[in-house]
Design a binder for this molecule. Structure first.
Ligand code: OXD
Length: 309
């Protein structure tokens, strides 16, 4: 069996050495744009070049080194029937839950105010949090969205969840489909986006939707930059409808240094770190699936490419 590693890591041996340890029966190759065709059986990829699919015609499946497969599905020449396998959790959802909780607490516990007071040497206690004033709405109820929703609901926040299809989640009020979106938004003050990027969800965080949130809204985007209409967020902040936003993903990454978001005190920017790919857990999962697939067993995480996730 031949496995091809295709990710722009300047030190690919950080990946290929553990892959070989986990899959000693395989021949491991690193993608070389100028090198020969490998005739690989499996490719492990992150944002691969289009030439991969022009050259490697014997692939039996392609494994994505991330949860979001929008980048991979956008590659021209991706053969329509090639199974695409996304990363399933592999330590990501717990990181996402931590990130969202941190951003929520910054707002709901007024942490910035206490930091400002410290700078001025002021000891002043503000009124305690009323959880009823901070209903959270999680968009997307996959592995990540569910973990976020469960974490916040365990801390007694009121949590709504919205997804394309029906979900049943203890402690979470769930909404399904486009018709229920207004009701979901109107019941939500802290909007957390964990949706996959598809043609249906692109631009979903737009002014029409943001302005339906409860007043003093907080927007936490850990999905994709293309979910958010950037000017619409600035407009909703200028209207004082959205009080703050925590953004981990952007239409252009790295975020250009002259982007208006940098100058806005209401916006917290992080450089796409809300959930890092954890190498050990990721490779254990992917190599386990390669071995299973190679021996004819069924595997989970195969993307429905017509649905886009
Ligand atoms: C992912 C990401 O999709 O890191 O996993 O963005």
């Amino acid at each position: 069996m031949k496995v091809l590693f295709v990710a722009g890591d300047p030190k690919p041996e950080r990946w290929t050495v553990p892959i070989k340890e986990l899959l000693p029966e395989a021949e491991i190759h690193v993608w070389d744009a100028n090198g020969p065709t490998v005739d690989a059986d499996y490719a492990i990829v992150w944002q691969p070049p289009a030439e991969l699919f022009e050259r490697e015609k014997k692939l039996k499946a392609v494994f994505n080194l991330g949860a979001g497969i929008d980048g991979l599905l956008a590659v021209p020449n991706l053969p329509p029937h090639l199974p695409v396998v996304r990363l399933e959790d592999a330590g990501m959802s717990v990181q996402m839950a931590e990130y969202v909780l941190h951003q929520l607490l910054e707002a709901s516990r007024g942490m910035e105010t206490y930091r400002e007071q410290q700078r001025e040497g002021i000891w002043k206690i503000h009124r305690p949090i009323k959880r009823s004033e901070w209903p959270v709405g999680v968009m997307g109820l996959g592995h990540i969205g569910k973990r976020v929703a469960r974490t916040l609901s365990d801390l007694d926040y009121r949590v709504n969840g919205w997804a394309r299809s029906e979900h049943d989640l203890e402690g979470v009020t769930t909404f399904a489909g486009a018709d229920s979106l207004p009701h979901f938004l109107q019941s939500t003050r802290v909007l957390v986006n964990t949706l996959p990027l598809t043609e249906e969800t692109r631009d979903i965080l737009n002014y029409t939707h943001l302005s339906q949130l409860m007043p003093g809204a907080v927007v936490i985007n850990v999905g994709r930059g293309e979910h958010l209409v950037e000017d619409d967020l600035l407009r909703a902040i200028d209207d004082s409808h959205v009080a703050r936003a925590s953004l981990d993903v952007f239409r252009q990454e790295p975020l250009p240094s002259d982007h208006p978001f940098w100058q806005r005190p209401e916006i917290t920017i992080t450089p796409h770190i809300s959930a890092r790919t954890l190498r050990d857990a990721t490779l254990e999962q992917i190599t386990g699936k390669i071995r299973a697939h190679h021996s004819g067993q069924s595997i989970t995480g195969i993307v429905d490419t017509s649905r886009g996730y």
